[in-house]
Design a protein. Structure first.
Length: 710
């Protein structure tokens, strides 16, 4: 259906003022929550822990020119000396990331991140307002609903750490496209409705995959509904085209995963399992449970009771719809029940909501799909809450527009503003306290000072090795160190290269693990040979705050240090060799086919199993390889390289050595496969009980060229 026509230029001016006022109020609410009233505060991030450093790192990498659509994703200043190869780690919202990157070059990284988060709320408000006006809602209620959707708890509370999820403007537009395909009698290829359908498909394709996943289901049902109803060819064609456009856009947005990944046989960087699909599924009850840190104590008490009494919790409180949303959900439920009893057609919002709840709820179709089909990547189906919020709010404002159509304009406006104000106060969580803001600012100032001092002491392009050694992404760091915290010096420098950020489970980064527990003398000798100019220590990653290692380094004469203001980060200056060599791993890397952990000192395989080794040079190298293998039963095991069987031995319960002398390793990643013709045997009923053969020990030693020998 077309937008209602504007009667005269005065009405057009009023419409623009309403939109401008919506943007202004949304901005003021956002600024009040984050205390962004001064330029200094705009130069501080809204969050600096958890996933926030990783998001900021992607923004900085994009600003450095390392992330572009249709291009390999190699972060040059991370994963030194080889760069951090993130092709196997998809990045959604690349156009948005490029926008932030452009802003970061102009106003700074943290300020750009703040502007982007503000844009998340403003864009959500504008998209909702557009859809509401399309549906002929009164402007007062469209305005109120837009403000409520802009600050939906599920998305707004996620903030910087879940940057992509915070952008929900595609959801109302996607829902409008679904309804147009399902029911519109005016949808044509040259109509505004077709633009909405195809435009929202493109936007969803490049944005958060969860939103695309849920929208794709609804669009599929819209096509089915249209097929069994009017069977309008234009609707069917536009709906199918929208799905195709979204799919192609998604593929092109993440094409680096298929085109440029260099170790497809490696273990997945992001692992998901069936248990996660239960843990992070939607629990409908949580849509009505306020968070423990709600600004009103009476509502916070409900959340506290839930936390005390419940056990199985995932992203707790994030599905919260708010009091207004809960009222809208109740209204929709009552209306749906009455129509069922009267045998009348159900509201479109009820049908959409019913399917989403049936799919996303714990024990629902999401778990059936995960269990039977093994599709576990979309484990956090509680994220459907943003669709539920949009559906409920759209239903609510449509009903309120109808119910109040005969009211005087001033009364309708007053009630709409009151509902909006109450809802925003309910949905927007408490901001940081003054002490918490001071703590965050202290961390940022400390990092900035450390970054300036490091760049003053080290030449441009110098490499810094970081301890403790951590992989990327999603690892459990030691002691008090938080995941992604080692990105912080990267964020406050522009000329230095850092070892952290290399992808985990990859042969390219294996050499770092070899130095993880090396004695101090060995550590600095190798790092200097590799050309590293400094050693960065995060004290939070050590039980003794790295005091033992620092004393050993001082005893060796490495007492030139730079320490952060807060004392949690220490940089020890090294003496790099003038002609460095590239690091070689001293162990193999496990790929697909292996269990994720050892059992009684044996790493078991459940099928053909991959081992890999990275040769960083532009010429082949030669190594002696030794593997000590056992079998779940007597069986042959073959060692295969580049499709050729180099060795075959028989293994059993007694360990047997498989030796491959003078193994030639080509430049780049070398993939080797252990194969057994017999199937796996189940030895128990728990996890990881399917076994073929196991690796008890392994060694690889480079023997030529001689210049590479240590």
């Amino acid at each position: 259906m077309p937008l209602p026509p504007l009667k005269n230029p005065l009405a057009a001016l009023a419409a623009r003022w309403r939109v401008g006022l919506l943007v202004l109020v949304t901005t003021l609410v956002w600024m009040a929550h984050y205390d962004r009233w001064t330029l200094d505060n705009w130069q501080m991030p809204t969050d600096y822990m958890g996933d926030a450093p990783e998001i900021l790192t992607e923004m900085q990498a994009a600003a450095d020119g390392d992330i572009w659509p249709l291009s390999p994703k190699v972060i040059e200043r991370l994963g030194a000396p080889f760069g951090a190869h993130w092709n196997g780690y998809p990045t959604p919202d690349k156009p948005l990331l490029l926008l932030v990157a452009g802003l970061a070059r102009w106003i700074g990284l943290f300020a750009a991140a703040n502007v982007a988060l503000l844009l998340a709320s403003v864009s959500a408000a504008l998209a909702f307002y557009f859809v509401a006006r399309w549906l002929r809602c009164r402007w007062e209620w469209a305005w109120a609903g837009a403000l409520l959707f802009a600050f939906t708890y599920h998305t707004f509370h996620r903030g910087l750490g879940h940057f992509s999820i915070a952008f929900s403007w595609t959801v109302p537009l996607g829902l409008l496209a679904v309804w147009l395909v399902a029911k519109s009698r005016r949808l044509e290829w040259r109509s505004a409705g077709a633009v909405v359908c195809l435009g929202s498909a493109v936007a969803l394709g490049v944005s958060n995959p969860y939103n695309l996943f849920f929208w794709g289901q609804l669009m599929g049902w819209a096509l089915i509904a249209q097929w069994f109803d009017r069977r309008r060819r234009v609707n069917l064609a536009i709906g199918a085209a929208a799905l195709a456009v979204a799919g192609v856009t998604f593929f092109l947005s993440h094409i680096e995963v298929w085109l440029y990944v260099q170790e497809p046989e490696g273990m997945p960087l992001v692992a998901r399992n069936y248990a996660g699909t239960e843990m992070y599924a939607l629990k409908p009850m949580e849509m009505l449970i306020p968070p423990t840190f709600h600004r009103w104590d009476a509502l916070a008490f409900i959340g506290l009771r839930y936390v005390r009494w419940s056990v199985w919790r995932g992203e707790v409180f994030l599905p919260y719809l708010g009091v207004i949303g809960a009222a809208g959900l109740l209204w929709l439920a009552v209306l749906t029940a009455r129509r069922i009893l009267a045998r009348r057609p159900l509201p479109g919002q009820a049908l959409s909501l019913g399917w989403l709840v049936a799919y996303a709820t714990v024990g629902g179709l999401t778990n059936v799909v995960a269990l039977l089909a093994g599709i576990q990547i979309f484990r956090a189906t509680n994220r459907v809450a943003v669709f539920i919020s949009a559906l409920v709010l759209i239903f609510l404002i449509v009903q309120l527009s109808r119910c109040t159509s005969r009211w005087p304009a001033w009364r309708r406006l007053a009630v709409a503003l009151g509902v909006a104000a109450f809802g925003v106060l309910d949905q927007v969580p408490k901001g940081l306290t003054a002490a918490e803001r001071a703590e965050l600012a202290s961390m940022v100032r400390s990092d900035r000072k450390l970054g300036r001092e490091m760049e003053a002491a080290l030449p441009a392009g110098a490499m810094v090795f970081q301890l403790p050694v951590l992989g990327f992404p999603e690892v459990v760091p030691p002691h008090r160190l938080a995941d992604y915290e080692l990105f912080r010096p990267f964020l406050t420098t522009s000329t230095l290269r850092f070892s952290y950020g290399a992808a985990k489970f990859r042969a390219r980064s294996r050499w770092q693990r070899d130095l993880e527990n090396a004695p101090a003398a060995t550590l600095v000798r190798r790092l200097e040979a590799y050309g590293f100019a400094a050693l960065y220590l995060s004290r939070k990653g050590y039980e003794d705050r790295a005091e033992r290692l620092l004393k050993e380094l001082s005893a060796l004469g490495y007492d030139r240090r730079i320490e952060s203001m807060r004392g949690q980060q220490v940089v020890v200056l090294l003496r790099p060799k003038p002609n460095p060599v590239l690091p070689l791993g001293r162990a193999l890397t496990f790929g697909l086919g292996w269990h994720p952990r050892t059992n009684a000192g044996v790493r078991w395989a459940n099928r053909d199993a991959v081992l890999s080794y990275f040769n960083p040079y532009d010429h082949p190298i030669t190594a002696d390889l030794r593997l000590t293998l056992v079998g779940v039963n007597e069986r042959d095991v073959s060692f295969v390289q580049a499709g050729r069987v180099l060795r075959t031995i028989q293994v059993g319960e007694t360990p047997v050595a498989l030796n491959v002398p003078q193994l030639v390793l080509a430049p780049g990643v070398n993939v080797m496969v252990l194969r057994s013709p017999k199937p796996a045997v189940r030895v128990g009923t728990g996890q990881y009980q399917l076994r073929t053969f196991g690796l008890q020990d392994s060694s690889i030693k480079v023997i030529s060229p001689a210049k590479l020998l240590d």
